[in-house]
Design a protein around this ligand. Sequence first.
Ligand code: UDP
Length: 250
Amino acid sequence: MPLLPESLPETIFKDDGTRLDGRKFNELRDLHIEVGVLKNADGSALVCHGKNRIIAGAYGPREVHPRHLAKSDTGILQISYRMATFSVGERKSPVPGRREKEISMVVGKAIEPVLFLEQYPNTTIDVFITVLTADGGTRCASVTAAACAIADMGIPMKDLVAGVAVGKIANRIILDVSDKEDKWEKGGATDMPVAVMVNQKQYSLLQLDGSITVEQFEEMLDLVFEGGKLVYEKQKEALRRKYSTEDVGR
Ligand code: UDP
């Protein structure tokens, strides 16, 4: 077990142009999704994206607590994103910090457009997300996990929502930035986490940390949409796998 943080490599691209982990600029890290992993939740998903391990449990639509949050004309979506104390190199405080509150809000905003919340007045859909291991891009993988957990509940949705980031490192645009890549550039890499509604051909989240030109922005949008499609295929596969093997009528 190393006592010192892992040192960063001198270059981030190999001589043949591939990335440190062997990926091409437009390749996702390994992505595996399982749904229905929590017996006691109405819907659930486990997302293994690179070394990220993220689990989401969804409940509802159910009564709102505290009741004053209930809305008589629509349902609400409440997301709780938390990082386990052991999920990062340096122990994370178990007390929810500002970052966790921000990501909870952001994931909620990314998912809301695909739900028919107006059909469930006075109720809430609650999604609890726990990051077990963080490897960069946890907010995107959390969007992926939350969308799958809600779909696993079996409520109607307009679309799935796929989370994926695109970045610019050493002036090159790459899909699905890993933690090591994100930390490599001194002063911080340009990172753009995005949530894609593939069938609607729309984005429900787009954050940008860093500076890019308009041309680079357009290139990044195209690349991240293609990445979203790959994530979406894995989401569909996971849902199909569960529902095509489950005993119907039990
Ligand atoms: N991180 C950490 N401690 C924290 C929060 C984040 O070490 O309390 C690290 C962790 O490796 C995570 C990375 O920072 O994967 C990136 O965090 P960021 O805020 O960029 O969000 P993310 O990319 O995970 O969506």
